[in-house]
Ligand binder design. Structure first.
Ligand code: CA
Length: 382
């Protein structure tokens, strides 16, 4: 039997507020012993939740009050905050469900505007491996059947990359929706999509998960990465992982962000020179007001009211640089299927030569112009 005093102490202990746990990214010196670092973190009351061997890092959780102890870990190069990421989609543009699956298959206005159907007799992106770092993808969507490869879930390790938000499924459909008799068609309807889940059911996520997702893509040797997401803050470790992917020949396409019409409003990773930053245009070929502006913008693609696949096997029209980005990813997949060895500089050159320069918009708005997939594949992919 527990004495009154012991019971009282136990209750008191229970009532004490739990100290707040925070997550930090710890990057060690190249010669540091990661096993010793792990031991130290455990000793001070922290937990290692992820390993980032490619950048010699550990992701750990520990009570806020013990943060100062983390800095005493020997061999530490830097400690970074686990900054927040979000999708580059405009929620207020969400429209009521449409169900084009009841009708014959439709080619969305964006896919048509970039001339993707003109490329299809020559290339459909066959076998190009495209990672979609996002909220996951609905794995049993009827219009993505046969298009999905191995996936990864950085939020709940060991679980599938099934989508619980809808954003990632929408992005995947713009790239790769199957050419069948239902729904929509993607820009490159024969690519293989690798869903990488780093954003949760609300479309938000954290740097540590995004970095782990990137690491998985590098290990899997994917050809292309679509990042319809961003953060307003820079991170050394994020940049390092993006550089590493670029060095391994992976092409990274990223949403410019939805902070327009303010100038100099490009998100990370679109701001990095190792990525292709994508702005959004509408059906009148005008740059969308929401599309972020800045000298880092590389190219433009349709991003207003774009129809694509959505949760529960349905379809929806969404807006954002999130929707513009997969039009570019799909276009590059069409080129890569023709010539796998194309590097970032060569791809940028082809996109520049084939793009349609929008009159009335400065390069800070549109980059080299509106992508023309049909022209790029037909004229420049020999
Ligand atoms: Ca279809």
């Amino acid at each position: 039997m527990m004495g009154d005093k012991a019971m009282f102490d136990k209750l008191k202990l229970k009532r004490q507020p739990k100290p707040e746990t925070i997550r930090k990214i710890l990057i060690c010196q190249s010669n540091a012993d990661l096993i010793q670092c792990r031991k130290h973190i455990h000793r001070i009351g922290g937990t290692v939740v992820k390993e980032l061997p490619l950048v010699n890092g550990l992701v750990c959780e520990l009570p806020d009050v013990l943060m100062y102890e983390l800095e005493s870990t020997s061999g530490v190069k830097r400690i970074e905050d686990d900054i927040k990421f979000h999708t580059s989609c405009l929620n207020y543009f969400f429209r009521r469900r449409s169900s084009p699956q009841q009708k014959p298959q439709e080619v969305g206005w964006g896919v048509r505007r970039i001339g993707a159907p003109e490329a299809w007799p020559i290339s459909r992106g066959a076998q190009v491996a495209v990672a979609v770092i996002d909220t996951g993808v609905q794995l049993d969507h009827p219009d993505l059947q046969g298009r999905l490869g191995k996936g990864f879930n950085a939020i709940s390790t060991g679980r599938s990359a099934n989508d619980d938000n809808g954003h990632g499924t929408h992005v995947a459909g713009i790239i790769a929706a199957a050419d069948n008799d239902i729904g929509v068609v993607g820009v490159a309807p024969e690519v293989i999509i690798h869903p990488v889940k780093v954003l949760d059911s609300t479309g938000a996520g954290s740097l540590s998960d995004v970095i782990e997702g990137l690491q998985w893509c590098i290990e899997q040797k994917v050809d292309l990465i679509n990042m319809s997401l961003g953060a307003r803050q820079d991170s050394e470790t994020f940049r390092e992982m993006i550089k590493l992917a670029a060095e391994r020949g992976i092409i990274i396409v990223a949403a410019a962000g939805n902070s327009g019409p303010a100038m100099d409003s490009i998100d990370y990773p679109a701001r990095y020179p190792e990525t292709i930053a994508v702005a959004a245009s509408d059906q009148q070929d005008a740059i969308a007001d929401f599309s972020s502006r800045g000298r880092e913008v590389d190219i433009t693609a349709p991003g207003v009211e774009i129809p694509s696949t959505y949760l529960k096997g349905e379809y929806r029209s969404l807006s954002g640089t999130s929707m513009a980005t997969p039009h570019i990813t799909g276009t590059i997949a069409l080129l890569k299927a023709r010539k796998a060895e194309l590097d970032l500089a060569e791809i940028k050159a082809i996109l520049r030569r084939s793009a349609y320069r929008l009159p009335n918009f400065a390069p800070e708005y549109q980059g080299v112009g509106l992508v023309q997939a049909g022209v790029a594949v037909n004229k420049y992919s020999e």
